[in-house]
Write a protein that binds this ligand. Structure first.
Ligand code: MOS
Length: 709
């Protein structure tokens, strides 16, 4: 059934400002996060981690640890439950004495308290046969390779026309190298897991058929259903034998997108302790070891243009880090393929395999580092041409998608740039650097475009049941603090043409209909679509006066017409900075993002998503960098003393606006997804403002004071 685009015949909950329905629960401490779930007989885990980057464990002496009162057991590769399928190397842990990276889990102590577990873990003696490791990211690495595909599923490389010839014939060119560092996710809530094993009875029509193991996980995850699918084959279970409960998540930026080693470690530990629920919350330091991170990139970006600014060639050659244990081929070239017109185009992706932990998704993986390069290069070109950087972008606006030739489902980038320029006071910008100084502070303005694509999702379902006078709406969605609890209720109320109070939403559990994860900015248009289809089915089946227990399901619907188009969200970022001429310190004094996000379901939660993304972008621009010491293979600044994240004082005036053009090809909600578009392009806008202030071009993130002196 195809529902109409939201807003067409509805009581109008969608689009209204609504406070978070889970807000009161959270501020009164009654919204249980994973680690706070009440369980019988809890036991506590503290991990053992490898002190070398590569080699083999020769021996583990855990006698002293086992002798500590309160220690229940010590888990190592000697006694670990056997795993079945090696479908995910990151989850296939403790099956051999091999060490693949420093900080890798090699076991755990489980005890009656976390303090005892931690103390006992410090008493475990491990000896290794050390092998030479390589943790030094560099270009020209002898083992550098081309991935078969990048994470979007597209080919690693793309070629159109003749870039070399076009660059040689261009009136103006830019040829520069841009780099982005390793970064680590730090949501307020560290990853946390409770695991307990039961036996479940299987009953057939003739009675009891037998029993089978059942694993219950309370896990801080962006997608309970997806985690269940990924964990099952490794554990040798059917997905139905794993139950994951995750109603509230204390922030997540990709590291909670798919399960990592901590979930498996806790599940294995619990299997050794029947009748006990094993609890594990990572320390802040452990967040820098075993839950993924943003990989590091080296990007050569070349542009060729005519004297009037019309691009003749775009070339983006990316080399990025990889773990020898598990590839993560980030789509750093993706936005380059789609943003600007040019007849000659080239993108390439190369991976450098290292003895380091696997990388994972981190807010706008690919588009974020890639657009730092592209949008800085565009600014450099504007300087070379003596052309306004907004005008340069507008002149290279494509009629159709430059790579495929397909039309856009909707594209309002130029409107975002123009509206942003008006609101931000772009006309006050001086075209010559060092033109505006107040005391020691040099001021400048910068701009960058942003784009973020519609992602593919797995088939998501919703169920609606009429019970006790209300509509129970079920989908295994996840609310990371983003507002999903609130906006899905708004969507459901409109779709059923009832009040929000008539909706009883249920999300965050595997016993609900399958929901794809809260990732790739898909949540609203994906879960929302399933709810809208279920509502149409429900009304067709049961009418306006349903009987108690009336039920209907629906699957997320995306129009076939979408396949003939290219689907993206857009935005424009504007930054004002001041740079100290004395210390090189950069302060972002003002930021504005103007977005083309399709339909906005709730302006309050949407605004938070946008300014959250922009604040994380400021953080990445000025502060965030994980220093991986190649001598040892681990991150040396792995805590909040050494790894700095933007606080309120770093982001004093961050504002978001949007131009609302609902896009039905994104699905019936008309929403394009807003979780990631807010961060893409922010460091380029800030770097371009720094150039405007100082005349100094920075091409390596983050923009720390040393780079300006
Ligand atoms: Mo987000 S990096 O797609 O979880």
């Amino acid at each position: 059934m195809r529902p109409a685009v939201s807003g067409q015949q509805t009581p109008g909950n969608v689009g209204q400002d609504r406070v978070r329905v889970d807000g009161p629960l959270k501020v009164t401490g009654t919204a249980p996060y994973a680690y706070e779930q009440a369980v019988q007989n809890p036991a506590y885990l503290f991990p053992l981690t490898s002190a070398i980057a590569k080699g083999t464990i020769r021996s583990i002496d855990d006698a002293a640890a086992r002798a500590v009162p309160g220690v229940l057991t010590v888990l190592t590769h000697h006694n670990a439950p056997k795993l079945l399928a090696k479908t995910d190397n990151e989850l296939y842990i403790l099956q051999s004495p091999d060490v693949h990276y420093r900080g890798e889990y090699i076991g755990a102590v489980i005890a009656e308290s976390v303090e005892v577990a931690r103390h006992a873990a410090s008493l475990v003696q491990v000896e290794y046969d050390v092998a030479p490791h390589d943790a030094q990211f560099r270009t020209g690495h002898p083992d550098e390779y081309t991935p078969k595909r990048i994470n979007t599923g597209a080919a690693s490389d793309s070629h159109q026309g003749n870039v070399t010839a076009a660059l040689a014939a261009s009136a103006v060119t830019v040829d520069a190298v841009y780099t982005t560092p390793y970064e680590h996710h730090n949501p307020m809530e560290m990853h946390s897991i409770i695991a307990e094993w039961d036996r479940e009875r299987l009953e057939g029509v003739l009675g009891i058929l037998g029993e089978r193991p059942h694993l219950r996980l309370y896990d801080a995850t962006q997608g309970a259903s997806f985690a269940q699918l990924l964990l099952a084959p490794v554990l040798g279970l059917l997905p139905a034998q794993i139950e994951i409960i995750s109603p509230y998540v204390g922030g997540a930026f990709g590291s909670k997108g798919i399960p990592h080693a901590p979930t498996m470690l806790t599940a294995l530990a619990a299997k050794l302790l029947p009748g006990r629920a094993v609890k594990y919350m990572l320390t802040r330091q452990q967040m820098f070891r075993s839950v993924g991170y943003r990989l590091t990139t080296h990007q050569r970006f070349r542009l060729g243009a005519q004297a009037d600014g019309i691009l003749t060639a775009i070339a983006h050659n990316v080399t990025q880090s990889s773990s020898r244990l598990k590839q993560f081929a980030e789509q750093t070239v993706n936005a380059t393929r789609h943003l600007y017109a040019a007849p000659n185009r080239e993108t390439t992706t190369r991976m450098v395999p290292l003895d380091i932990a696997p990388a994972t998704f981190m807010r706008a993986p690919g588009e974020f580092p890639g657009m730092f390069a592209q949008e800085t290069a565009m600014d450099e070109l504007a300087v070379e041409l003596g052309l306004d950087p907004i005008e340069l972008r507008i002149r290279n606006e494509p009629d159709n998608d430059p790579e495929s030739g397909k039309p856009h489902s909707s594209r309002h980038l130029v409107e975002c740039l123009r509206e942003g320029a008006r609101l931000f006071g772009w006309e006050t910008r001086l075209t010559t650097p060092r033109g505006r100084q107040v005391g020691e502070w040099l001021y400048g303005l910068g701009v960058a475009s942003a784009t973020y694509p519609k992602q593919q999702t797995l088939p998501t379902k919703a169920r609606i049941t009429f019970t006790a006078g209300r509509y129970a709406v079920q989908v295994a969605a996840a609310d990371l603090g983003t507002g999903a609890w609130t906006i899905l209720q708004q969507i459901a109320a409109d779709a059923l043409n009832v009040q929000e109070a008539d909706i009883k939403l249920q999300i965050g559990r595997t016993d609900l209909p399958f929901g794809y994860l809260a990732g790739g900015s898909t949540g609203t248009y994906n879960w929302g679509s399933a709810i809208m289809v279920a509502a149409v089915n429900f009304r067709e089946k049961h009418g306006q006066q349903p009987a108690e227990g009336a039920e209907a399901e629906g699957g997320a619907y995306f129009p076939d017409e979408a396949k003939k188009h290219v689907l993206d969200a857009y935005g424009a970022h504007f930054a004002e900075v001041k740079v100290s001429a004395v210390t090189g310190e950069v302060r972002v004094t003002r930021m504005l993002g103007v977005y083309d996000p399709g339909r906005i379901i709730n302006p309050r939660t949407a605004n938070s998503q946008f300014i959250g993304g922009m604040t994380m972008g400021i953080s990445a621009a000025l502060q965030e960098e994980s220093y991986l010491d190649p001598r040892f293979g681990h991150v040396v600044n792995g805590d909040f003393a050494g790894y700095h994240i933007a606080v309120n004082a770093d982001a004093p005036d961050v504002q978001a606006r949007w131009i609302e053009h609902p896009d039905p090809l994104f699905g019936p909600t008309g929403a394009k997804g807003i979780g990631e578009i807010g961060i893409v392009g922010v460091p380029a806008a800030i770097g371009n403002a720094i150039y405007n202030a100082t005349g100094k071009r920075l091409r390596a993130l983050p923009f720390t004071p040393d780079k300006l002196m």
